[in-house]
Design a binder for this molecule. Structure first.
Ligand code: GLN
Length: 215
């Protein structure tokens, strides 16, 4: 069953003005923060923990947390194959940090047996900033989001070590390392816009969702 976070927004009450239906994968991690931002932006938000809940959404956010744990839980709950199918069928998906790791086709420094869902033609390295600098904040110029820099918080985040032909870098650190990418309906960031009051990535994602909404 879908947990509906907006009162009065159950299916029977949908109106022409209803926002896009966006799920947040709620197996582990900071899914509540994403749900909060998406709801503020007018999306009809649900928490996704079961395969059948994927049929009820037009887009999905995979939160930050611990990618190896989310991977294990996704397999335990029978979500891995349905998620992979949904991604290859074109479901818009935005992954932050651990979520980016789950969307990457190739993951370096994964734990033994860790799998990703894939979809993004990138190689990411987990925990790429080393023990001295695991968490930090910086401002990023992201032309796709406008002139105002994005304040980015990194918490044991990955970097995108290589970007394949199908994917496009959206943001880089001053040293040139890629920390945000997109590919068609997929979007991934190494950092956490959901905890800083930065809404532009979610808006950017909702535009992808809205341009593809099918009911
Ligand atoms: N290091 C975590 C992982 O490998 C990601 C950290 C995060 O999502 N903040 O999944």
């Amino acid at each position: 069953m879908t947990t509906n976070l907006r009162s009065g927004s159950l299916d029977a009450g949908r109106t022409a003005q209803a926002g896009p239906r966006v799920g947040v994968l709620a197996l582990q991690g900071d899914f509540r923060e994403h749900a909060h931002v998406l709801a503020k932006l007018g999306a009809e938000v649900s928490l996704v923990r079961r395969p059948e809940e994927l049929a009820e959404i037009d887009g999905l956010v995979i939160p930050g947390g611990e990618s190896s744990v989310m991977d294990k839980l996704a397999r335990t709950f029978g979500l891995q194959a349905p998620l992979r199918q949904a991604i290859s069928a074109g479901l818009p998906v935005y992954g932050t940090c651990a979520g980016l790791i789950l969307l990457a086709d190739t993951v370096l420094d994964a734990i033994a047996g860790q799998e990703s869902l894939g979809g993004l033609d990138v190689v990411v390295r987990r925990n790429a900033f080393g023990s001295q600098n695991q968490s930090f904040e910086t401002d990023l110029d992201i032309p796709a989001l406008g002139d105002e820099p994005v304040h980015a918080v990194f918490i044991r985040g990955p970097v995108v070590e290589s970007v394949g032909e199908a994917a496009t870098p959206l943001a880089t650190l001053a040293d040139g390392r890629v920390v945000a990418v997109e590919q068609g309906n997929l979007l991934g960031t190494s950092f956490h816009p959901e905890i800083t009051g930065e809404y532009r990535f979610h808006e950017y994602f909702l535009a992808k969702v809205s341009s593809r909404v099918r009911r």
